[in-house]
Design a binder for this molecule. Structure first.
Ligand code: CP3
Length: 355
């Protein structure tokens, strides 16, 4: 594999010295970019963008043309796995993802099979190969998956949810069925991420968007245990390099010590957790990614810059910090505010890396 021209992101994940703090944005490709909206209109629906290697590649590269980002993230979705399992994914405007055939019973779970990533998900490694070629070693490419728990919330609820009443009912009244589902999902995620690694991604991230709706005990048993299985099951080296894994549980700030124990390389931090506190608690074990409130991008430029400086100062001197938003960028923020954010990270972080 060719040597990366900018490997700041991978160096920070390994907690090696960098010249400035690397930065990328969760959901950096998407609807806040006019060029994405235009391509998406022409393509028709969201999944056909994901399923076309050329379109997925184009959309992955769009934010890199505008901003000095230190990593690209594969354009896809976490719901590709349940879609490949036959649940019938579709999107309703304004309501988010929905499944035609949600999971409600033990027999539904038993009927699911682990998808072969080179068959029903073959469009994902195909997109990765195209992106790697087009990126031409400018920056690393991040692959990703949802956590088993987060995937299960969509599969059991059948759509986005606020209360999570159906999956919590399953958790408390029929935990064996939920464990069987989570187990199948963990195996699916391992195969899927290994196929992404094989196809050429430089690191992987697991999005546990909904782990934070659980109590600590339930988080350990129904979310963290399965992410741990994935950390243990994926290939940590490929193409002659270490493949770092980042775990991100939104609202998981109270469990950082547990997350760090999984053997992951980095933890994603949302804005409800202070970076100095996070670093004190786990910074000798893992790198940290985060954590500006994505809503801060509604603020004027000078305020965004001050907030970036505040977070850099909170993390402090030395490597091990990948700057990011604490969750995905909102679709209605001005695109140039994202540029202010990225440039501010580079500009103000240099002094934290002088040895
Ligand atoms: O970060 C990136 O730029 C890569 C692409 C990416 C998407 N989804 C594209 C997308 C990634 C990493 C995801 C992850 C994802 N998808 C998560 C975990 C991260 C998080 O934000 O918590 C979750 C929970 C999903 C499920 C999902 N997919 C939702 C809730 C939605 C939004 C639905 C809506 O209409 O608002 C999607 C669709 C989706 N995924 C879009 C994009 C750009 C919007 C689709 C469109 O163009 O209409």
């Amino acid at each position: 594999m060719s040597k990366l021209k900018n490997d700041r992101y991978l160096r920070a994940l390994r907690r090696e010295e960098v010249d400035m703090t690397p930065v990328w944005m969760m959901r950096q490709a998407g609807r806040y970019l006019p060029e994405y909206r235009e391509l998406r209109m022409k393509a028709g629906d969201f999944m056909s963008v994901c399923q076309s290697p050329e379109l997925a590649c184009e959309v992955t590269l769009q934010p890199l043309r505008r901003f000095a980002l230190d990593a690209a993230i594969l354009f896809s979705d976490i719901l590709t796995i349940p879609d490949a399992m036959g649940l019938g994914l579709y999107f309703v405007k304004g309501e988010g993802p929905q499944f035609a055939h949600p999971i409600r019973s033990l027999s539904d779970v038993k009927a699911l099979s682990v998808p072969d990533p080179l068959k029903s998900l073959a469009y994902v490694p195909a997109a990765i190969k195209t992106i790697v070629r087009e990126l031409d070693s400018q920056v690393p490419l991040i692959g990703f998956s949802g956590s088993p728990w987060t995937l299960a919330t969509y599969m059991v609820e059948g759509a986005s949810s606020k209360q999570f009443s159906k999956i919590k009912k399953m958790l408390f009244s029929d935990p064996a069925t939920l464990h069987l589902l989570l187990d199948k999902l963990a195996l699916s995620v391992i195969d899927y991420l290994n196929a992404q690694i094989e196809a050429g991604v430089d690191s992987v991230m697991i999005f546990d968007t909904w782990g934070g709706v659980l109590s600590g005990d339930c988080y350990k048993e129904f979310s963290l245990a399965y992410m741990q299985k994935i950390v243990e099951g994926i290939h940590h080296s490929a193409h002659g390099q270490h493949i770092p894994v980042t775990l991100f549980t939104k609202n998981g700030g109270q469990w950082l010590e547990w997350i760090a124990e999984t053997g992951c390389d980095a933890i994603g931090i949302d804005w409800t957790c202070d970076m100095d506190d996070a670093r004190r608690r786990v910074g000798d074990k893992v790198a940290l990614q985060g954590n500006m409130d994505p809503s801060m991008l509604y603020a004027p430029a000078d305020k965004i810059e001050r907030e970036v400086q505040r977070i850099l100062n909170q993390y402090g001197h030395g490597s091990g910090h990948v700057f990011n938003l604490g969750h995905g960028i909102h679709q209605d923020v001005p695109a140039d505010h994202a540029g202010v954010f990225v440039d501010a990270v580079h500009q103000y972080s240099r002094s934290y890396h002088q040895t």
